[in-house]
Ligand binder design. Structure first.
Ligand SMILES: C[S@@+](CC[C@H](N)C(=O)[O-])C[C@H]1O[C@@H](n2cnc3c(N)ncnc32)[C@H](O)[C@@H]1O
Length: 222
């Protein structure tokens, strides 16, 4: 196996109020689907707080960073930069090359000698219009279909392709709570003891729902 590499998601641009819910969901999706870290613009403190709160309750490891220098992060990133855009190359055409470059291609990993060293990966998703320089700097401009949709949908599909579904089996550490998968119901247990919170189960699941939605003040649509 190669040494660990980091998958970092960068939310490029944020309009406070209008983008709160989308930015929060970019962070939650990055966390849930296998990234190590999300970087938000420094005016997205409310979204950062929500994602940190979910991580505290439902586990990690996962880091949230607030940074004001997004152009510099992209310019100076040491590793592979993927920019998700509807104008990009089809994800199904480039996913294997990207997986290989970050050491996630199982065929290459098992090849041992001769396999290139894994690199960190920066996945950039936009909000409002992103600068042309980002298209030029990116090692890959990748489209999840060449149809307009959302940064959350694009990120989710891209990460699942990147990890080939392995992220769905992830174990979480330092969680207070764990959701029990079931056909019907909303059961949450104490992660440490696995003791069912019988009386509180519906309330706890409801709290998580509320927190996730807390960035949505329905202040207008995109
Ligand atoms: C709602 S779009 C806005 C795009 C903006 N109008 C522009 O021209 O850059 C916000 C983000 O969603 C992502 N996105 C939208 N459609 C996509 C697609 N088909 N594939 C990959 N990412 C997509 C991109 O990261 C984009 O920056």
């Amino acid at each position: 196996m190669h040494e660990a590499r980091d998958v970092v998601v960068l939310r490029y641009g944020h309009r406070p109020g209008r983008d709160d819910r989308m930015t929060t969901h970019v962070g939650l999706t990055a966390r849930a689907l296998g990234a190590e870290r999300v970087v938000f613009p420094d005016n997205a403190g409310q979204s950062a707080e929500t994602v940190r709160d979910i991580t505290d309750r439902f586990g990690g490891p996962f880091d949230v960073e607030l940074r004001g220098d997004q152009k510099a992060i992209v310019r100076n990133f040491e590793g592979v930069v993927v920019h998700l855009t509807m104008y990009g190359e089809r994800v199904q055409d480039v996913e294997s090359e990207i997986r290989e470059s970050v050491g996630l291609d199982t065929a290459i990993e098992s090849a041992g000698d001769g396999a290139s060293a894994p690199q960190n990966l920066l996945v950039v998703v936009g909000g409002e219009k992103v600068p042309w320089a980002l298209y030029e700097r990116a090692d890959y401009n990748v489209g999840v279909t060449n149809q307009p949709h959302s940064e959350v949908a694009g990120l989710a599909v891209f990460l699942d392709r990147l990890f080939d579904g392995a992220e769905l089996e992830r174990e979480w550490t330092d969680a207070d709570r764990r959701v029990v998968p079931e056909a019907t119901g909303k059961t949450v247990v104490d992660a440490g003891t696995d003791e069912t919170r019988a009386a509180d189960e519906t309330r706890d699941a409801g709290e998580a729902d509320e927190t996730i939605d807390s960035g949505d003040e329905t202040r207008g649509s995109r």
